[in-house]
Ligand binder design. Structure first.
Ligand SMILES: Nc1ncnc2c1ncn2[C@@H]1O[C@H](COP(=O)(O)OP(=O)(O)OP(=O)(O)O)[C@@H](O)[C@H]1O
Ligand SMILES: [Mg+2]
Length: 271
């Protein structure tokens, strides 16, 4: 412990089920924070895919294998995104499945010097509940969890939360009601999820609002532009801005010891 909090807060965007809107939320959150004048970095941990870069209209020709091998510095992999947002893109890279843990450790090590350069480091995590996924979510300063109405999207979010709560723990938790019809449906979904969580888990979720089903999101993905820039007043953009407001308002705090950063300790332990 070095006794002082670093500047950057590391925020993991997670969901129990794929396709719920995690990457679009992470990208639009990063852009909204950057538009508000914050130094923000988006890290795509979905190795093997490069959704964040694709969503932001960036051609990512980077070599994650080089990072794992120690031949490519992280600075060479940090790309300029819209509105001043920086991006560490995901794959594709052939060797990734084999060296995923090594890559995570290298990434964490090379990101530590960045901890005082950014206000917010947004991490787009991977679908699933492998030990590395749990570690990369659990060692963040806070988690934004997307919960959906469908039983799979609801129960997988709960299952992920249970693994986190009984494993590395969660510093702070924000819930987004994803792909709901309207605000009322979102609030009802949060109530249902929060009361289940409160019964069985030591977590205190904050509600970050609804992301309604909104065709503007698909249109913005097709245009490879952030929804918040292309359609700033659409219902989804209002939802993205509300999540960004909670982040800018200090919902998540940098871990006070300053030593816990993107699963670094966890991967020291593994390695
Ligand atoms: N609020 C929304 N309303 C309508 N469609 C949406 C919304 N959010 C996301 N989508 C659509 O769902 C698709 C998947 O979203 P996204 O890539 O963000 O999901 P994901 O959870 O990251 O999925 P994956 O499991 O593939 O990583 C988007 O391309 C978009 O077309
Ligand atoms: Mg994704």
């Amino acid at each position: 412990m070095n006794g002082h909090a670093r500047r950057a807060r590391v925020i993991a965007v997670a969901s129990g089920k794929g396709g719920l809107g995690r990457s679009t939320l992470a990208a639009n959150l990063g852009v909204t924070l950057a538009l508000a004048g914050r130094k923000a970095l988006l890290v795509d941990l979905d190795f093997g895919l490069a959704d964040a870069a694709t969503l932001l209209g960036i051609n990512a020709a980077v070599d994650l294998d080089g990072l794992a091998a120690g031949t490519t510095p992280l600075s060479a992999m940090t790309l300029a995104g819209p509105a001043g947002l920086d991006l560490v893109p995901g794959g594709p890279a052939g060797e990734i499945p084999r060296s995923r843990e090594l890559l995570l450790r290298r990434l964490a090590q090379s990101m530590r010097p960045l901890a005082d350069r950014y206000d917010d480091i947004i991490v787009d995590t991977t679908t699933g509940a492998s030990p590395e996924v749990i570690a990369s979510i659990g060692d963040s300063d806070g988690v934004i969890l997307l919960v959906g109405e469908e039983p799979t999207a609801f129960m997988n979010a709960y299952g992920l939360l249970r693994l986190l709560a009984h494993g590395p723990g969660i510093a702070a938790l924000g819930i987004v009601a994803a792909q709901v019809e309207d605000e009322a449906a979102g609030a009802a979904l949060f109530q249902r999820f929060a009361s289940l969580a409160a019964r069985f888990l030591p977590v205190q979720p904050s509600y970050l609002g609804a992301l309604p089903v909104d065709s503007h999101v698909r249109d913005s993905v097709m245009a490879r532009r952030p929804c918040v820039q292309l359609f700033p007043d659409c219902p989804a953009s209002l939802g993205y801005r509300r999540v960004a407001g909670a982040v800018a308002g200090g919902l998540f705090k940098p871990f006070a010891g300053g030593d816990r950063f993107l699963a670094l300790e966890g991967h020291h332990a593994l390695g």
